[in-house]
Design a protein around this ligand. Structure first.
Ligand code: C2E
Ligand code: MG
Ligand code: MG
Length: 563
């Protein structure tokens, strides 16, 4: 056992970057043939003293067997290897080192360099540096990558000419390989891709496995983004060939996100986040391509993050309002009800359109509490109007439901509670569901719709014609009304095919015993065409934009013509 001295002061923070010239050469019998002065200095030995030693002497006793085993795999066909060990310092402490060893068959010598960040480990509590190596691929892991990136970023603050980039990549449809061929094939594919990456980058650059099927490369001292494109082209070319994994031919493509150093990035995490985001975009383009991160993407990401944070507080701060847009019966131009549309009055940014925040709210799950609030508010308002004008024909209120809400386990209870607590009759409530929301889990959605129908609530299929409309399943949906999307109404008066389309939908709806609402009616001419077609209802700026509750009351009182 090596004796360790406990009086050695641990190095601050215990991470540091090894100088670039840590090189040593050893023969097959482990004898050291050359060791750079920097190495001797790093380990704390006077230069010359190590010349007579064996390579194994430098390693922690407990790491020697593993190192021997790994080095035995070096051969003419497998000439490079990366592994990590603890290295013994002269003062008794240890240094964690990631070795990069190349075997030269011509002279039978091993050339070992340590490019990676090393960690100072102190005596007894020396931890295995393997915690910085990914067990499967042998590549450095995320922590080591972040550490190295941080050093590079710091170095670049002093050297403004130092240009570097992070190349982030993920295997396209990796889950499919994993599921269809099994996890072992998945692992083999990861190892193969890791090898491609390892062999293509320069030895001074770093590649790491970041998570699952994702890898990152740090390319230093590059001229501009074109250098990163060269690297990714070379990787793509290698991946064009199918991998032969235990007899299976597996094709793999990867998507890349590229971030070149920019003043907007202050921490390694920010750089990785943006590289990752760019990769996700590349994947969304179908895979096998790349996206270079730019300032506009950055700004958008920042805005989106702010929006997310603000959204989460907006409900408790009472920043949402329900607006109401009239729905008008085409036959007699009477007000039949309102669609409730949410509005967000942001204290700093003013009125924000639901088109901007509803998708975000859906993604982060916030749509569930927000939708619950809207439902209650709309029911409460409709009931209030009914009580105020008891002699008028009761107005209906339509509330939009997103996919997340529809499939949420509490939905039925929420709806029942909103009706019970406000006293609104279920027959006056209409729920608007889009086709895409239906398609997320059609069978479950249909079951839920049936339950809502059982409660006597009316159901509308919103934005009809824009989704995956499959006319064959329409008759299976327990809906009362098709809501024809604005994009078909827009050209109704000037394009024959738009007219044919709407006419067909109206016929179809009537055949199935449903009625029709046409959205986005802006012109009198459009309303007339729709009335002639026999469509029941219309909604649009022709009658009124969505308005706040007090303005909606004016519409109820004075009738639509006078507004
Ligand atoms: P939607 O449910 O299809 O609502 C109709 C949208 O069309 C509304 O936009 C309305 O202002 C607009 N619109 C109505 N008539 C006309 C017209 O004649 N011309 C034009 N150009 N536009 C017209 P808004 O209020 O911006 O809402 C957009 C979308 O946001 C809604 O589409 C709906 O999908 C969603 N949304 C709004 N409120 C809620 C809500 O409370 N919950 C959920 N889940 N989604 C909501
Ligand atoms: Mg709607
Ligand atoms: Mg719509």
């Amino acid at each position: 056992m090596y004796r360790t001295r406990t009086d050695v002061a641990p190095l601050e923070s215990s991470f540091f970057k090894l100088p670039d010239t840590l090189l040593l050469v050893f023969a097959q019998d482990w004898s050291l043939r050359m060791i750079s002065e920097a190495w001797s200095a790093t380990l704390g030995y006077p230069h010359g003293e190590l010349q007579q030693r064996s390579f194994l002497d430098l390693l922690h006793e407990d790491d020697q067997a593993a190192a021997i085993e790994k080095l035995a795999t070096l051969s003419h066909d497998n000439p490079t290897l990366r592994f990590s060990t603890r290295c013994r310092r002269q003062d008794g402490g240890y240094l964690g080192v990631v070795w990069n060893v190349s075997y030269d068959a011509a002279d039978g010598l091993n050339y070992a360099s340590a490019h990676e960040t090393a960690i100072n480990l102190n005596g007894d509590d020396a931890r295995l540096p393997d915690m910085f190596i990914d067990g499967l691929t042998g590549l450095p892991n995320r922590s080591l990558f972040l550490d190295r990136l941080e050093h590079t970023m710091r170095r670049s603050e002093r050297r403004k000419d130092l240009q570097f980039a992070v190349l982030y990549c993920g295997i396209d449809r990796f889950k499919v390989v994993n599921h269809s061929l099994g996890h072992r094939m998945g692992d083999l594919l990861l190892m193969s891709v890791a090898n491609v990456i390892r062999n293509i980058i320069r030895p001074t650059d770093m590649a790491a496995r970041m998570a699952g099927d994702e890898f990152a490369m740090l390319l230093e001292d590059i001229r501009d983004v074109s250098a990163t494109l060269l690297v990714l082209n070379r990787i793509q070319q290698k991946l064009v060939l199918p991998f032969s994994l235990e007899g299976n031919e597996v094709f793999a493509t990867v998507s890349f996100g590229i971030v070149v150093r920019s003043p907007t990035h202050h921490t390694p995490d920010e750089m990785i986040r943006d590289a990752n985001m760019s990769m996700v975009r590349a994947k969304a383009q179908g895979g096998g391509s790349y996206v270079v991160f730019n300032q506009e993407m950055h700004d958008r990401a920042v805005r989106r993050l702010e929006l997310e944070l603000d959204l989460r507080h907006a409900l408790e701060r009472g920043e949402f309002q329900a607006y109401y847009q009239p729905i008008v019966s085409l036959a007699d131009r009477r007000l039949s009800g309102f669609e409730a549309l949410v509005r967000w009055l942001h204290p700093a940014k003013g009125l924000i359109s639901p088109v901007e925040f509803i998708p975000v709210a859906e993604e982060i799950g916030f749509i569930v509490p927000l939708g619950r609030w809207m439902l209650r508010e709309a029911c409460r308002q409709a009931r209030e109007w009914q009580l105020r004008w008891p002699d008028a024909t009761p107005l209906t209120v339509s509330v939009n439901l997103s996919a997340r809400q529809l499939l949420h386990p509490d939905l039925l209870e929420d709806v029942a509670a909103a009706l019970a607590d406000t006293g609104l009759a279920p027959t006056l409530l209409k729920l608007e569901i889009t086709e895409s929301a239906m398609m997320e889990d059609a069978e479950r959605a249909i079951a839920i719709l049936h339950r809502l129908k059982d409660m006597q609530i009316k159901l509308l299929l919103d934005d009809f014609g824009t989704g995956y409309s499959s006319l064959s399943y329409l008759h299976r949906l327990p809906i009362d009304t098709l809501k024809v999307d604005r994009s078909f109404i827009m050209y109704l008066h000037e394009k024959e095919n738009a007219r044919h389309f709407v006419e067909t939908i109206v016929h179809l709806a009537h055949k199935l015993g449903r009625d029709v609402i046409c959205e986005g009616v802006e012109l009198e001419e459009q309303a007339e065409i729709l009335a002639a077609m026999g469509a029941e209802y219309s909604q649009g700026f022709l009658y009124s934009r969505p308005v706040a509750a007090n303005e909606a009351e004016m519409l109820i009182l004075t009738g639509l013509d006078e507004v």
